[in-house]
Design a protein around this ligand. Structure first.
Ligand SMILES: *Cc1c(COP(=O)(O)O)cnc(C)c1O
Length: 385
């Protein structure tokens, strides 16, 4: 058997060329004072953190990474001994010592939490302080920047903490609705005012950051020392309704093979629940991917799949490991042919964003949801690595 085993079922192609291309585009969006902090939480949005982080650090010169928790932070640390790694979310105090051991920067959500962490550690903990300016998720909440700066000053006075920055997260930077733009303006003003208050009181932190992907694209500001870019690194839209900068390319494609092709008669049913019934004679192909691979069952009878460069509709329900498509109009389809669920085949492209919009979610959830069972196959300049 000369072909690799993965080609016998379902796999995700991850293009490091696309990743590098996207980083170079994002660098051009940012001002010279802003560095990219690559958001690689959730296994690099389902792309597989190890190869992604290595490529970002060694080939793209990325120095800052953001993750969601201590386990992810340690994984990234083992790949990159010198990187700056920020945990955006919560670390239970009992793991605080690991933050020191692995030289991880912790996001601090309140003075109380800061003190709790300090009571659990022997050395000095590096941190960025999170301000809730309107996301309503985590962070210091205050009426005015002055009050906020006071709590930050209190945190900065803790002996075992080394505060290196403040940050906030936008809730609607991916919207062109005037009301939402005003909301984001207020969020941005609050954090930059807070930073100015700190400077006035003699606290000059190296970092203040508030740009996510959407802000990086639509309201890039040189005041943000870091651009915490997530989804655009992977070439997807923060919001499908707004264009992303020209040239960004999806990094992930999703493929599977055709295992069986048959002709069915008018009136025949396909798949569970008999939701599909053939109106006339038709050709049906079975594809070796299903909802256990992260290809949503909500795409039953709705999604399309590329075969031989043409769009084929899914017929009937998506099963756990397989699904069926209509190949009546596509000549010469046979077992072993490749079906493209996300990606390009010939002149046709299906993006994760397109799939997401069919069943009312976002591209983020589609790529993060591609399950562990699906091997990630990495390519660079079209060559497998
Ligand atoms: C996930 C996350 C990001 C990245 O968001 P994108 O929309 O993918 O760019 C940035 N900052 C915080 C705090 C996050 O949780």
């Amino acid at each position: 058997m000369s072909e690799p085993r993965h080609l016998h079922r379902a796999w995700a192609d991850i293009s490091l060329s696309a990743l590098k291309n996207n980083i170079s585009i994002i660098k051009k969006l940012n001002s010279p004072d802003t560095e990219i902090m690559a958001v690689v939480k959730a296994d690099a949005y389902g792309h597989g953190y190890e190869k992604i982080v290595n490529c970002l650090e060694k080939e793209c010169g990325i120095k800052y990474f953001a993750v969601s928790n201590i386990d992810e932070a340690v994984e990234v640390r083992l790949c990159c001994p010198d990187a700056e790694i920020l945990i955006l979310g919560y670390t239970p105090p009992e793991y605080a010592e690991d933050l020191l051991r692995y030289n991880i920067i912790q996001g601090i959500v309140s003075a109380e939490y800061a003190k709790e962490l300090c009571s659990c550690i022997s050395g000095k903990l590096r941190c960025h302080i999170k301000i809730d300016t309107g996301m309503g998720r985590i962070g210091l909440r205050h009426e005015t920047p002055e009050q906020c700066a006071e709590e930050i000053a209190e945190i900065c006075r803790l002996e075992k903490l080394s505060a290196e920055g403040i940050y906030t997260h936008f809730a609607v930077a991916d919207s062109d609705d005037p009301d939402n733009i005003a909301y984001t303006d207020k969020q941005e003003k609050f954090i930059t005012d807070t930073y100015d208050c700190l400077v006035k009181s003699g606290i000059q932190l190296p970092h203040v950051h508030f740009m996510n992907s959407a802000a990086t694209c639509y309201r890039n500001s040189s005041k943000s020392t870091l651009s915490r870019a997530g989804i655009i690194i992977y070439g997807l839209h923060p919001d499908i309704s707004l264009d992303i900068p020209d040239g960004l390319m999806p990094v992930m494609s999703l493929k599977a093979v055709i295992s069986h092709v048959k002709t069915i008669e008018a009136g025949s049913c396909v798949s569970y629940g008999r939701t599909f019934r053939a109106e006339g004679e038709m050709r049906v192909a079975t594809v070796t991917i299903g909802y256990a691979d992260g290809y949503s069952r909500q795409l039953s009878s709705k999604g399309e799949i590329l075969v031989h460069g043409r769009r084929c509709r899914i017929v009937g329900r998506v099963c756990m490991d397989q699904l069926m498509i209509d190949v009546t109009d596509i000549p010469d389809v046979c077992p072993g042919d490749i079906a493209t669920l996300i990606g390009t085949d010939g002149n046709e492209t299906i993006t994760a964003d397109e799939l997401a919009s069919i069943y009312g979610t976002i591209g983020y959830e589609v790529v993060c949801g591609i399950s562990k069972r699906v091997p990630r196959i990495y390519t660079d300049k079209g060559e497998k690595i």
